[in-house]
Design a protein around this ligand. Structure first.
Ligand code: CA
Ligand code: CA
Ligand code: CA
Ligand code: ZN
Length: 610
């Protein structure tokens, strides 16, 4: 049934000799499942009957499915980044939606269709708590993983699409020279095998960036998702199901996919492996459910969509129901529910002058260096105060180790031109040191990250190249500034600083700040001769400012939690001196922030109420 192909493996963590690549193990695992749970075969027959009598589905209704990635790792390269996981989702969604500008979108085959299914990282976990949709668990079960290892991390499969990321997958035949790329469980197995429902894939099959195997273009997952949605291989059973009376019950049980004798390999320009179909049509080489190269595949068919809609409606309707989406933090239209704004408000600064990060909201992700070469707070060499972040990178002997630390969620909507600043100090170990820092931003719990900046070793180096541990002097720190204005609507802004280690020396980080750009707001404040009197005040304050020319000035009073206490004024003011009074009666004593927005920018003025 399964053709095994041989390619020169370039996959990670493997020897360079040729390996048998098994693109998909779903059929073999299914046979094992039926042995264990014979009733699945009856359920499959029922699914066949249901799919053969399709009820007309509403077109144009996209079904959204919450996803959780379980990354089982042993601090190795299989612990892929959220950037790579997001790229994996991108490929699956592009393929399922036949999005224009992608491989699928360019298909002109009249049978090619938008499947109208889309995956979204979960925003809430099964307990309703915030999540970025990724569970990372250290477990040596990441090697030769199979169904048994799914228990290491699992969420209710009726509510989430479980995807397990592992280093290697065990092959049924036990052939040590074969590698399995992925496998899926069919929808009609759900009731018998709930806790293993989902797909498992090798870490290098996720997406098409970073550590991904470029030759598959991330489409191993598209293929496995196809099984999870209810599709078989077009070569299922070989040259059967090729007539109008047999196509719904034999082969892949889809009528518009011609039968295929054995799996397609590579990307042939044409192939007709079965000639007993009537009418005799060429194989659909580019079908995602065959085994052509990832870059070759580009279509699901109309018939496949009809089958999927039937099967999904029968077995998985709950997962895309609006109630379930809501519980996972999604709206019915696939957008994310608005999050409660973080209680931590910008302007925000943190100097790492602490002995431990606990309670600070800062989080370490030293997935690849659980020892002391990952990021930690340290008291050696800080730019200011008593501490700073340090990675004793000199001890990182493995290459491309990635360790990160993350800021708390910060509401930056309190700023008009949020600006991120921080300082770093670093030295190279030698001229080949290729370490790099990447700075990411996201809204809400680290999901859907955007890369803000990549800083290479040449730019990072502030100290003298040395093979002994680098400790910076005060003059060996460098300031970095990144404009966050494009993200100023983020109510839960999270910054992730990631070091990718490549033979360098120690690296230090201090004085993190998200605030209005210094200079600009201060200058504006000065130019306007902005003043508040008295300050501290009790019942009434007088605000005065000068306008160079006529223009709008808007003032709002916030408390330190960033909650709007009262709008103060929004009006056009004449050129020259302007004065307004603000009533403070009823305000609790404490510190307030007066946000002033003008045509030329904005600033925040602190106000003390007695
Ligand atoms: Ca068929
Ligand atoms: Ca044919
Ligand atoms: Ca410090
Ligand atoms: Zn398959």
């Amino acid at each position: 049934m399964k053709k095994i192909l041989v390619i020169g493996a370039t996959l990670m963590a493997l020897s360079s000799q040729a390996q048998k690549v098994i693109p998909c193990l779903s059929d073999e695992v299914y046979v094992e499942s039926v042995k264990q749970f014979p009733e699945i075969k009856l359920e499959e027959n029922r699914a066949t009957a249901i799919a053969a009598a399709p009820v007309l589905q509403k077109k144009g209704v996209v079904k959204y499915i919450p996803v959780v990635f379980h990354v089982i790792h042993k601090n190795g390269l299989e612990n892929i980044s959220i950037t790579q996981l997001n790229d994996a989702l991108r490929v699956m969604n592009e393929d399922l939606r036949k999005l224009s500008g992608t491989n699928g979108g360019s298909s002109t085959d009249p049978l090619a269709t938008d499947m109208e299914y889309e995956f979204r990282l979960a925003q809430f976990d099964p307990n309703g708590l915030p999540t970025n949709g990724v569970n990372r668990i250290y477990n040596v079960g990441t090697d030769n993983a199979r169904d048994a290892q799914k228990a290491i991390s699992y969420w209710d499969a009726r509510k989430y699409f479980n995807v397990w990321v592992v280093n290697t997958i065990s092959n049924s035949s036990g052939d040590p020279n074969s590698i399995v790329l992925g496998y899926a469980q069919f929808p009609f197995q759900l009731n018998s095998q709930t806790s293993t429902d989902g797909i498992m894939g090798r870490a290098d099959q996720f997406g098409a960036i970073e550590l991904a195997d470029a030759s598959q273009a991330g489409r191993t997952l598209t293929h496995e998702a196809g099984h999870w949605l209810g599709l078989y291989h077009p070569f299922q059973g070989g040259c059967v199901g090729g007539t109008s009376t047999s196509c719904l019950s034999y082969g892949d049980q889809v009528c518009d996919t011609p039968p295929v004798s054995t799996a397609t390999t590579g990307c042939p320009s044409s192939r007709n492996s079965c000639t007993n179909d009537s009418p005799d049509k060429p194989d659909l080489i580019k079908n995602y459910m065959d085994y052509a190269d990832g870059n070759c595949m580009n279509m699901f068919t109309v018939g496949q969509k009809t089958r999927v809609d039937q099967i999904m409606n029968t077995y998985r309707a709950n997962i895309y129901s609006s109630t379930n989406l809501s519980a996972a933090g999604l709206n019915a239209d696939g957008s994310y529910k608005t999050l409660t704004a973080s209680a931590t408000k910008a302007p925000y600064t943190f100097g790492f002058d602490v002995s431990s990060l606990s309670g600070s909201g800062w989080v370490l992700e030293n997935y690849m260096s659980p020892g002391d070469s990952g990021w930690q707070v340290g008291s050696t060499g800080p730019l200011s105060g008593t501490g700073c972040m340090v990675s004793q990178n000199l001890k990182n002997t493995r290459l491309n180790v990635r360790n990160a630390f993350l800021s708390p969620n910060i509401d930056i909507t309190t700023l008009s031109s949020p600006s991120l600043t921080f300082y770093m100090a670093y030295a190279r170990r030698s001229t080949v040191s290729g370490d790099r820092i990447r700075v990411f931003i996201s809204n809400s719990y680290g999901r859907s990250e955007i890369l803000l900046r990549t800083i290479l070793a040449t730019e990072l180096a502030t100290g003298t190249t040395s093979t002994s541990a680098f400790v910076p002097s005060n003059t060996e720190w460098k300031k970095y500034t990144i404009d966050l204005s494009p993200y100023k609507a983020y109510t839960n802004c999270k910054i992730r600083i990631e070091l990718q280690s490549l033979r360098g020396n120690n690296i230090y980080f201090d004085q993190f700040s998200i605030a209005e750009p210094t200079g600009i707001s201060e200058r504006l404040k000065q130019e306007m001769n902005f003043s508040v009197f008295p300050n501290p005040a009790k019942d009434l304050v007088s605000i005065s400012f000068e306008n160079k020319q006529v223009g709008t000035v808007e003032m709002e009073l916030f408390d330190l939690q960033g909650k709007l206490v009262q709008p103060v004024s929004k009006a056009r003011y004449e050129a020259g001196l302007n004065q307004i009074n603000m009533d403070l009666k009823g305000l609790q004593s404490g510190v307030y922030l007066l946000k002033v927005q003008t045509d030329n920018g904005s600033f925040v003025h602190k106000l003390w109420v007695e």
